[in-house]
Design a protein around this ligand. Structure first.
Ligand code: OAD
Length: 308
């Protein structure tokens, strides 16, 4: 059954859904569609037909922890903020009541200190080779564009730090706030500076990253509707596929379109990924190792390493 991203989807806000536990994995485990076949598919793909879905795992080797990996993920390391539950740090209702935890964490999240990973550069190479249609990313670190990928080929589904706005009660972003004011408060200020912003703008402000309970950018829905019917190969990397509506995109390809999950954990079967079908595949282990192998199979190693 297809979701087809109906127009009503433009009103959907970010939600985290309970999902099946990931399988335990060994490095370089895998099942179904494998890298050699995927390399052939990339090689023969028509221009602009490969769609990428990315999550926090692709930035782990850049030095940014993911969210849900036990022990190392951000959500296992927020004890100092005294949150009722970890995701509260990115929850709109919670932020309205208690903005301090996010405001204190904001300094660490602000992009600028990290370089793209080999996986980001592989996305850039897919573009250089004319194969890439779009990268849909959940990441807020802007490392896709930092790799040199043109901004119009990237959909930041959960926003980023390129803008700031006042928080409203509706889940839609309120009036834009000068980014520099928020950046100064986050990087060089403290509670007093954030409180001054509240006073100046008549309510809480925040960078334009999407919180739980907030609407995703309209561009996400528009480009998902445009791109997935044209997709000939879907690459899904570094995501637990636990947050909707982003995760639901895996079900938006046409029937029979190959889908490859490159992820430490085997996930997504609850969303219809069928690793026994021969159409879908899972490659375990680190995404950097997998994309390097793909580059090697495609004869692109020198170009990838030059970018890295
Ligand atoms: P998660 O932390 O939920 O999942 C990251 C996935 O990447 C896990 O399955 C890891 O096993 C895997 N992983 C970690 N390192 C990897 C590596 N080097 N190579 C391959 N796989 C690796 O992150 P997301 O799925 O991106 O939302 O999380 C989705 C959303 O939940 C985020 O955008 C964020 C969060 O709440 C907001 O903050 C709004």
């Amino acid at each position: 059954m297809k979701l087809c991203l109906p127009l009503a989807a433009t009103c959907r806000s970010l939600i985290c859904v309970p999902r099946a536990q990931p399988f335990a994995t060994a490095a370089s485990s895998g099942v179904g569609l494998g890298l050699p076949r995927v390399a052939e598919l990339i090689g023969s793909a028509t221009p602009g037909s490969v769609v990428v879905m990315a999550g926090a795992g692709v930035s782990v080797s850049s030095g940014i922890p993911d969210f849900r990996s036990p022990g190392t993920g951000l959500y296992d390391n927020l004890q100092e903020y005294g949150l009722p539950y970890p995701e509260a740090i990115f929850d709109l209702d919670f932020y309205r009541r208690n903005p301090k935890p996010f405001q204190r964490l904001c300094k660490e999240l602000w992009p600028g200190n990290f370089a793209p990973s080999p996986t980001h550069y592989f996305f850039k190479l897919l573009h250089d080779k004319g194969k890439l249609r779009r990268v849909f990313t959940q990441n807020i670190d802007s490392l896709e564009t930092a790799s040199g990928l043109p901004a119009d080929l990237v959909v930041a589904a959960h926003g980023n730090f390129d803008g700031a706005h006042r928080v409203t009660d509706t889940g839609h972003p309120g009036a834009a706030v000068p980014l520099e004011e928020v950046r100064q408060a986050a990087l060089h200020g403290g509670d007093a500076e954030w409180d001054a912003l509240f006073e100046a703008h008549g309510g809480p402000v925040k960078p334009s990253i999407v919180f739980f309970g907030e609407q995703l950018p309209r561009r996400f829905f528009e480009l998902a509707r445009a791109d997935f019917p044209k997709c000939e190969l879907l690459l899904v990397l570094g995501t637990s596929l636990g947050v909707h509506p982003f995760a639901g995109l895996v079900g938006e390809t046409r029937v029979g379109v190959p889908r490859l999950l490159i992820n430490r954990d085997r996930v997504g079967e609850h969303l219809g990924l069928d690793f026994a079908s021969g159409t879908d595949g899972w490659v375990g282990g680190d995404s950097d190792a997998a994309v390097r192998e793909l580059a090697s199979l495609l004869g692109w190693t020198a170009e990838l390493e030059q970018l890295v």
